[in-house]
Design a protein around this ligand. Structure first.
Ligand code: G3H
Ligand code: 13P
Ligand code: ZN
Length: 309
């Protein structure tokens, strides 16, 4: 039981039809719900911390919580920085004991993205830490966007090959139609599987990463709305599309929005049904249980990763 990199877990996932869930963590109940699910499902696990999570919880806390989770469950866990936007935050996380960092240079021109990624790879590798980079821009829900405009944002397969060769990065996040948050598609969900297959064929040894992969579970959106929420029009990636993507090199699937929805739905329900209750443990406990059930469902039914340890 230890903090581990993604090297071994990705090597196994790359030659199999399953992917590893990378779940965003912000507090103790979220960490506990996720690790308990991974333990029951006997699945490899990545816990990831965004810059926002690091700021919210303060840098030391989430590292210590993940260390406590390892001690408590006996699991090996990868602690990953999600969307590090510059060298400084990547370096800080390497120095803090993270075993994996993402350097997200996707907003920069190609050559600048390469230069930034190389700088992070050099520092991280010297410290035994692996690096994920991103090429292409995740789609947003935008009105009247043409097919050409959409595919201009998606990852170019030839560029992906050049990017991986020149940076020495360990895994690559690609853009094929997903986006962050609860509103991913206005019309029919669409992922560019042909592009994914082309990228995988050109860089078959590189584990690919799918960001924006929440399926936005109806159950939680409906429960939020039933108890006074207002999240109309939410639409995630269909489960079968995520399962399909795991066959073509997608080894890491990022999930945050579904955790937020599961937690908030349960807290909303509890507080509406128990208006005179004010002990936080009374609503954070059921919220933690809801996260655990949801993560078990993801690992088992969407990522196909149960019993892969
Ligand atoms: O990709 C974004 C993740 O959902 C993290 O979101 O920056 O609000 O923590 P955050
Ligand atoms: P979702 O918003 O679909 O959960 O994506 C999370 C993510 O990509 C974190 O990096
Ligand atoms: Zn992301």
């Amino acid at each position: 039981m230890a903090l581990v990199t993604t090297k071994e877990m990705f090597a196994k996932a790359l030659v199999s039809d399953y992917a590893i869930g990378a779940f965003n963590v912000n507090n103790m109940e979220i960490v506990q719900g996720i690790v308990d699910a991974a333990k029951i499902e006997k699945a490899p696990l990545i816990l990831q911390v965004s810059a926002g999570a690091r700021k919210y919880a303060r840098p030391a806390y989430l590292v210590k919580l993940v260390e406590a989770a390892i001690e408590d469950t006996g699991l090996d866990i990868c602690l990953h920085l999600d969307h590090g936007e510059d060298f400084d935050i990547c370096k800080k996380c390497v120095d803090d004991g993270f075993t994996s960092v993402m350097v997200d240079g996707s907003k920069h021109p190609f050559e600048e993205n390469i230069a930034l990624t190389k700088q992070v790879v050099e520092y991280a590798h010297a410290h035994g830490v692996v690096v994920e980079a991103e090429l292409g821009k995740l789609a947003g829900v935008e009105d009247n966007i043409s097919v050409d405009e959409r595919s201009a944002k998606f990852t170019d397969p030839a560029e992906a090959q050049e990017f991986v060769e020149r940076t020495g990065v360990d895994s690559l996040a690609i853009a094929i139609g997903t986006s962050h948050g609860a509103y991913k598609f206005k019309g029919d969900p669409y992922l560019d599987f042909e592009r994914l297959k082309e990228i995988h064929a050109l860089i078959p040894e590189t584990p690919l990463v799918l960001h924006g992969a929440s399926t936005v579970l109806r159950e939680f959106v409906d429960r939020c709305n039933e108890f006074g929420g207002e999240i109309p029009g939410a639409q995630g990636v269909p489960e079968e599309m995520i399962r399909e993507a795991t066959k073509y090199g997608i080894c890491k699937v990022n999930i945050d929005t579904d955790l937020r929805l599961a937690m908030t739905a349960e807290i909303r329900r509890f507080l509406v049904e128990n208006p005179s209750e004010f002990d936080p443990r009374k609503y954070l406990g059921p919220a933690r249980d809801a996260i655990q059930r949801m993560v078990q469902h993801k690992i088992r039914d969407v990522l196909n990763a149960s019993n892969t340890l």
